[in-house]
Design a protein around this ligand. Structure first.
Ligand SMILES: [Zn+2]
Length: 270
């Protein structure tokens, strides 16, 4: 166990870390206090900005795939909300953080929820969202000051340099009794088995890889109450194993509650 005096876990404040994995010139260390795996040293804002610019420049394919798979995404959202016993309300105000081309806002529109806003770091993605007539901008989360009834973070919490600061801001942006939905990778049995082959070791984008306890701890410490959660994903990315096998493994992982992603619903506490 090594003490890193220059580095403190933003989740639990501990300064002791163990080596986790080495991946594409980056090192992940595990916090001895909460078990979160974190890129060490943290990537700088400059490196991240450069990375995302190049990453999304070639975003054409990614964007098209998303639009083609629209029904798959919509069915997944239906399933998720039904699993969580969560109901969308047409009169609510919605914010989707990391909205990309706005596929979730498209879904909300179909559900007659029209007061929506999306933000994303990628101007390329936002241009595409705007072309569809969606209310999306490249504003920074920390600069917003409206109020919302539901804020969604689909696969974005792991990208933040300081997830605690971001969640404090989300808390501020929510109405009293407001709702938060987070989907993020989740360390556990599957990541332990796959070691450095785990699909979510994805530097420099995936900075924080939580386990269920460290994520719950982060939410409690930022004044959220967890209402419900599910764990999905068997660790297999589409196309790497036969579809039938993937379905079976995914179902088993979900039913056992060991999936390598977590989706949770939390409510703002005062
Ligand atoms: Zn920690």
């Amino acid at each position: 166990m090594k003490s890193k005096n220059d580095f403190e876990c933003k989740i639990c404040g501990v300064t002791e870390f163990n080596f986790d994995v080495r991946k594409s010139d980056y090192t992940y260390v595990v916090c001895a206090g909460c078990g979160t795996s974190i890129i060490y040293p943290l990537p700088t804002e400059r490196i991240l900005n450069e990375f995302y610019e190049i990453y999304f420049e070639d975003g054409g394919n990614y964007l098209q795939t998303r639009e083609l798979d629209k029904n798959v995404y919509f069915n997944d959202y239906d399933q998720t909300f039904s699993d969580l016993f969560f109901e969308l309300k047409p009169q609510w105000k919605y914010l989707d953080v990391g909205c990309a081309t706005g596929i979730f806002l498209d879904y909300l529109k179909e559900k007659k929820c029209v007061d929506t806003k999306g933000i994303d770091v990628s101007s390329e993605m936002i241009k595409n969202a705007n072309r569809k007539g969606l209310n999306c901008t490249t504003e920074d989360l920390l600069s917003l000051n409206q109020k919302f009834n539901l804020i969604t973070l689909w696969d974005v919490l792991e990208h933040f340099i300081d997830p605690k600061q971001s969640l404090k801001k989300v808390h501020q942006l929510l109405e009293k009794d407001g709702n938060l939905i987070i989907q993020t990778p989740c360390r556990g049995i599957i990541s332990q088995q796959l070691k450095d082959e785990w699909r979510h070791y994805n530097p420099p984008q995936h900075i924080y890889l939580f386990n269920q306890n460290s994520l719950f701890r982060l939410l409690t410490s930022t004044n959220f109450m967890i209402v419900n959660w599910i764990r999905i994903g068997s660790g297999n990315t589409a196309g790497t194993i036969p579809l039938n096998s993937k379905k079976i493994f995914d179902t088993i992982s979900k039913n056992l509650g060991i999936g390598d992603n977590i989706i949770l619903w939390a409510k703002r506490r005062d």
